[in-house]
Design a protein around this ligand. Structure first.
Ligand code: ADP
Ligand code: MG
Length: 602
């Protein structure tokens, strides 16, 4: 093989691949440039999820005419001049490669005018080729329009997702920058609507209300004091949710370091730990926190899209976040009374089942777990097996003889329930040994097959609410709902648009009949937007999985003997009892041989 230097257009496309993965990456780079340009208003427009068009307009410093071609050269930047500066970057950009990369894989038009210049200049670049450059009229600032992203890289184009999915990623980027820079007026326009806009008041509370909803913003607690830039000790500022505000996913734990949006698993954990004992199990807080620190203490040049950073002292950053959040949460909460069951949350006024609305009970709530909540259609025939306190009672049901059990590859044998451990796993005995069954995963499997069977017969069971519940959605969630309304209807929701981002819930899937409808819908939308389910799955399948996940019993719920038996019985009847719809195992099996070996009996 002969080694050759790649032609420039090929090299440019390869380099672009690192920065530009999808429309949202373009939006991120261009919004960062607008922030660096000192804009006070940033307007983002997208068409067809950004695939057809992305336009970012700002009123920042603009680019002088003679420097415009240079802005598109690789490694050309106005933000760095020396290696030393790289160790203390204060701007969001610094590599000088975004415009070069974006213009290599799209048809790009830039119009820019510094305020002191009379006329604006306009340049058009298609696949790195300059096709025009001249003067034009425009207000001070910069407008960059990126059309037909990846038009010349079909391999990339193929991997882009549905418009709604790509819009969702863009929404995440723009809304997070809006939270990081509350003094900048942000707006995001999609083909049909204003997804959200902030007022640029400089007050983070206003930005929270615009991005999440006023209702959510009101349930948030301020963290920390004024920014102190340049101190070695990081300072942590922002808002965190009060313990009554929680989500089924971690995607609303948001961090900025010196106002750069970053993702950091350890810091997520710092926030989650700060809520220890305050949140129900498997629920996650909402937080929007900016960590200010000496730029020399953080390396922002460790990730291709700058989405992750490296802290010189990661432990002290972790501690600072945890301490700030914990202090705020503790200060805002009444003293928790350990050991006393918390009163069931009262959502009032919703449908005909106000007495039993909590499908997400906390660890303390051992009582009142009804059969109906499990979605089981059984009569309680044996009151002695259910003492209401979750105590395990011995089940004297006869053990099925091993010889009588037909076993195939995927099925499971008849089992005898032994008990529950960690309020999470059910121990059973089968003819071929011992099983540990994950109660949540098992229930997900059962509900999923039930729902799929109903869908196949076009007879999805829904529960009408006596009075429709009104929900004011965060704009991102409203966009997801609008895009997937048909699929949500197919699984049993009946939703009615009520203007803006407000919807009326008229009916819910029957399996969610005992959940608080607003909370359940919001959780499902968050989960859908999160994309935690393998992308290969069809949307309708993903939504079905998400609904079942939300409806199923969770870890932390004490089950009576009767409930466990019913769960196992229904699991036995499923076609794929050994995995949950996400593909994780529902059970672990220990054969008599394994047990004997472990105990040294051989
Ligand atoms: P970087 O941001 O790393 O410097 P980019 O390729 O994103 O690299 O941009 C190159 C240069 O173009 C920037 O350094 C800046 O001088 C100029 N530029 C880009 N976008 C804008 C904008 N919206 N307003 C003013 N100048 C801009
Ligand atoms: Mg840049």
């Amino acid at each position: 093989m002969t080694i050759r230097v790649l032609p420039p257009d090929v090299a440019a496309k390869i380099a672009a691949g690192e920065v530009v993965e999808r429309p949202a990456s373009v939006v991120k780079e261009m919004v960062e440039n607008a922030v660096d340009a000192g804009a006070s208003t940033i307007r983002v427009e997208i068409q067809q999820g950004g695939k057809r068009l992305i336009r970012v307009m700002d009123d920042g410093c603009g680019i002088p005419t003679e420097q415009i071609p240079l802005a598109f050269a690789r490694h050309a930047t106005s933000k760095l001049t020396s290696v030393e500066e790289l160790t203390k970057v204060k701007t969001l950009g610094f590599r000088g490669e975004a415009l070069a990369s974006i213009s290599a894989v799209s048809q790009l038009t830039l119009v820019s005018r510094p305020i002191e210049q009379e006329a604006a200049s306009r340049i058009r670049i298609e696949g790195s080729e300059q096709t025009s450059f001249g003067a034009t009229g425009a207000p001070a600032g910069t407008i960059i329009t990126v059309e037909n992203l990846f038009y010349n890289v079909p391999a990339r184009l193929k991997f882009l997702k549905a418009d709604a999915t790509e819009s969702g990623h863009i929404y995440r980027i723009v809304s997070h920058y809006a939270l990081a820079y509350p003094h900048i007026r942000f707006s995001l326009q999609t083909d049909t609507r204003t997804a959200f806009q902030t007022n640029g008041s400089g007050d983070l509370f206003d930005a929270l209300a615009a991005v999440f909803s006023l209702e959510t913003a009101r349930k948030m607690i301020a963290v920390g004091e004024e920014d102190v830039l340049g101190e070695a000790n990081p300072s942590v500022m922002g808002y965190v949710g009060s313990p009554s505000l929680h989500r089924g996913t971690r995607d609303q734990i948001i961090f900025f370091v010196n106002r750069r949006w970053i993702q950091d698993r350890a810091l997520n954990q710092a926030v989650i730990q700060a809520y220890h004992t305050f949140l129900p199990v498997q629920r996650y807080p909402i937080s929007v926190l900016n960590i200010m620190m000496d730029p020399a203490m953080v390396d922002v040049n460790v990730h291709p899209t700058k989405a992750e950073v490296k802290f010189q002292d990661a432990r002290s950053t972790f501690r600072a976040v945890q301490k700030a959040v914990r202090e705020a949460v503790v200060a805002a909460s009444p003293v928790p009374s350990y050991g006393n069951p918390a009163p069931a949350p009262n959502f009032g006024g919703v449908g005909g089942h106000a007495g039993d609305t909590a499908a997400w009970r906390t660890q303390n709530e051992h009582r009142g777990l009804g059969f109906s909540q499990l979605g089981f259609e059984v009569q309680r025939t044996s009151p002695t097996a259910f003492d209401g306190l979750g105590h395990i009672e011995h089940d004297h049901a006869a053990l099925t003889p091993a010889s009588a059990v037909p076993l195939d590859e995927t099925g499971i044998p008849m089992m005898r329930v032994v008990g529950q451990v960690q309020q999470m796993y059910i121990i059973t005995e089968g003819p071929d040994g011992l099983y540990l069954i994950d109660q949540h995963a098992a229930h997900e499997r059962i509900l999923y097959e039930k729902l799929m069977a109903q869908k196949a017969e076009a007879a999805v069971a829904r529960q009408q609410l006596l009075e429709p519940a009104v929900v004011d959605l965060a704009p991102g969630h409203a966009a997801t709902l609008a895009a997937e309304l048909e699929v949500l209807t197919a699984v049993g929701f009946e939703l009615e648009h009520f203007g803006g981002n407000t919807y009326r819930i008229r009916a819910v899937p029957e399996m969610l009949g005992h959940a608080e409808p607003v909370q359940a819908l919001v959780d499902i939308l968050a989960e859908m937007a999160d994309g935690a389910i393998p992308l290969a799955k069809e949307t309708h399948e993903k939504v079905a999985i998400t609904v079942c996940k939300r409806a199923s019993i969770k870890g932390g719920q004490v089950l009576s003997q009767e409930e466990m038996r019913e769960l196992i019985r229904q699991l036995e009847e499923t076609t794929a009892p050994r995995t949950c719809p996400h593909g994780r195992p529902t059970m672990l099996h220990l054969t008599p041989g394994q047990l004997a070996r472990e105990f040294g009996r051989h």
